[in-house]
Ligand binder design. Sequence first.
Ligand SMILES: Nc1ncnc2c1ncn2[C@@H]1O[C@H](COP(=O)(O)OP(=O)(O)O)[C@@H](O)[C@H]1O
Ligand SMILES: [Mg+2]
Length: 228
Amino acid sequence: MPESKTSLIAATDLRKTYGKKSNVYEALRGINLSIKPGESMAIVGKSGSGKSTLMHLLAGLDHPSSGKIIWNGQALTDMNEGQLTSLRNTRVGFIFQQFFLQPTLTVMENTYLPLKIAGVSPGKRKQLASEALQAVDLLDKADNRATDLSGGQRQRVAIARALINKPDVIFADEPTGNLDSETGQQVINLLFELQKKHNITLVIVTHDEDLAKRCDQTINIRDGKVVK
Ligand SMILES: Nc1ncnc2c1ncn2[C@@H]1O[C@H](COP(=O)(O)OP(=O)(O)O)[C@@H](O)[C@H]1O
Ligand SMILES: [Mg+2]
């Protein structure tokens, strides 16, 4: 398949079922997609359509019930938990609607948390966190508690945290969902700017049609299926 050569991530007939026996729910019902390196993809659909489920599977955070996900020619479904963790630690950045910053930690500590988890030395992680905070223009807030920041600033910290391991791919799940439209716009502009600069592949789950239009590719999901 020539397509699999050029794609960074390719999914084939991806299915995900939640629950057991009489209580099963088919959240994804046969998804096919292909994302090229450096490309941006929007995953759009109503609440409950399966967007987050799809994102979690593509990022190796959860396992499909059936179907295949190939990253650079390697099947995620063939990897063990250790390999999946390593893939996420070294190649993926995450941004979530709820920011998921630790309230008791400083902005600096929140930013280097993925590196701490990955076992990077204190000196190195501070250096990389400073660079990442510089990139989102928040270095002056490095010693603040994460809770002392505005929503837009918190999401910029989340972007810095997502950038810190120099990922190939950033997955963002409704990154503007908790922001007013102007702040959301600024955060998205920053995200696209950094994506271009570092040639990052970007997968954004969003309700926002305008944001989707700015992406190279849009996947519309309804009831766990891709629709036109
Ligand atoms: N862990 C889970 N257990 C059972 N059902 C789930 C679980 N996660 C999601 N679902 C269901 O799967 C469907 C898709 O959910 P989700 O992927 O979160 O949708 P979206 O992100 O588009 O709002 C929903 O009906 C949701 O209730
Ligand atoms: Mg969701």
